[in-house]
Design a protein around this ligand. Structure first.
Ligand SMILES: NC(=O)c1ccc[n+]([C@@H]2O[C@H](COP(=O)([O-])OP(=O)(O)OC[C@H]3O[C@@H](n4cnc5c(N)ncnc54)[C@H](O)[C@@H]3O)[C@@H](O)[C@H]2O)c1
Ligand SMILES: [Zn+2]
Ligand SMILES: [Zn+2]
Length: 347
């Protein structure tokens, strides 16, 4: 088969590789029908995630058709249309049983396109298939379903829920890429009074407006701390969500929060950031970090089946499955191309 193989920082190629097969009786092999690229894949290509070694097939989000299953797989059978989640769950370790498979100790967690070969390929082996795939609901497009593989649960669990967004809150979200936009969409489920989106790219801020931010700030031309202070009578935001993954945006998120507020970091960081404890210690601030667990995936599948989430706006560009070079180029130059999520589809 063909797959997108990582060859070290800045290098990748769509090339011939061996077909994946069933290695454990809990595996499924899924034919990839639709796949996307994550901001995390860009971090990997920058060298920010050194656990990803040369030769690894990238990608951790897909919608596909089950091709083969191991003898112990119970919930999916060949021919089923499934969502492949970015998180694999062994289902039996302590963290899986506590609802935190992102921290799985039994061979799962974020492994696809990280520690084992991923979804940016014609076929992918999915370990622990019963716990790591979801039957696709009828009437939901591949493009919409793909948004549940990673970004919608991530924005919601690591941003909205960790940040304790409550009705009436002022929520400031730093970064309006797909993850920041998912955090906007998830925050709206809780009726905040204001959602402030902060980004350096005007195209992303326009998208943030469409997704439900009522205030947008380009932090290259306007000081977001002043603007949020003015909005909140000098206090700061109830919840700030970091959705970029660089030191400056983490530090900005901590500068934007009110006393007693929550800072929810979502970004994948490759560099240390400064924690301004000399300012924060007295403010009763809660700072959370996290890898998505995807415990909210069933919730999002129900919301999609009921057409309760306007996810159609996410996919801005569609490519054929072998057009990864073009797709990465468009996704990585989002400020110019206005890309949000790209979708590569088997024809
Ligand atoms: N914690 C998790 O489980 C998890 C899961 C998925 C993705 N992520 C991470 O979430 C982050 C966002 O992902 P994405 O797909 O939306 O990425 P993206 O690269 O598409 O979006 C990042 C946005 O940040 C903006 N930005 C960059 N520098 C900025 C600055 N200094 N000030 C303000 N805005 C700035 C960019 O213009 C862009 O719109 C990434 O770090 C990604 O790795 C984390
Ligand atoms: Zn991701
Ligand atoms: Zn586990």
């Amino acid at each position: 088969m063909k797959a997108l193989v990582y060859h070290g920082p800045g290098q990748k190629a769509w090339e011939e590789v061996p077909d994946p097969g069933i290695l454990e009786n809990t595996d499924a092999v899924v034919r990839v029908d639709a796949v996307t690229i994550c901001g995390t894949d860009l971090h990997i290509l920058k060298g920010d995630v050194p656990e990803v070694t040369p030769g690894r097939i990238l990608g951790h989000e897909a919608v596909g058709t089950v091709e083969a299953v191991g003898s112990a797989v119970r919930t999916v059978t060949p021919g089923d249309r499934v969502l492949v989640s970015c998180i694999t769950a062994c289902g039996s370790c302590r963290f899986c049983r506590e609802g935190h498979p992102g921290q799985c100790q039994g061979g799962g967690g974020w492994i696809l396109g990280h520690l084992i070969d991923g979804t940016q390929a014609e076929y992918v082996r999915v370990p622990f298939a019963d716990n790591s795939t979801y039957l696709a609901p009828a009437g939901v497009t591949d493009e919409s379903l793909l948004m549940v593989a990673d970004i919608l649960p991530t924005g919601y669990e690591v941003g909205v829920l960790n940040g304790h967004v409550c009705p009436g809150d002022v929520v400031a979200i730093v970064g309006a890429g797909p993850i920041g936009l998912s955090a906007i969409m998830g925050s709206r489920l809780y009726s905040p009074s204001h959602i402030v989106a902060i980004d350096q790219a005007d195209s992303r801020l326009e998208a943030a407006k469409q997704f439900g931010a009522d205030i947008t700030i380009n932090n290259q031309t306007q000081d977001p701390v002043d603007a949020v202070k003015e909005l909140t009578g000098g206090l700061g935001a109830d919840v700030t969500i970091e959705a970029v993954g660089v030191p400056a945006t983490f530090e900005l998120a901590t500068a934007l929060v009110r006393p007693g507020g929550h800072v929810a970091n979502i970004g994948v960081h490759g560099q240390p950031a400064t924690l301004h404890l000399e300012e924060l210690w007295i403010k009763n601030v809660t700072i959370t970090t996290g890898l998505v667990d995807t415990f909210s995936t069933p919730t999002f599948l129900r919301l999609l089946r009921g057409h309760q989430l306007p996810v159609e706006g996410f996919v801005t560009h569609t490519f054929a499955l072998d057009e990864f070079e073009q797709a990465y180029d468009v996704f990585s130059r989002a400020a110019d191309t206005r890309a949000l999520k790209v979708c590569l589809k088997r024809s």
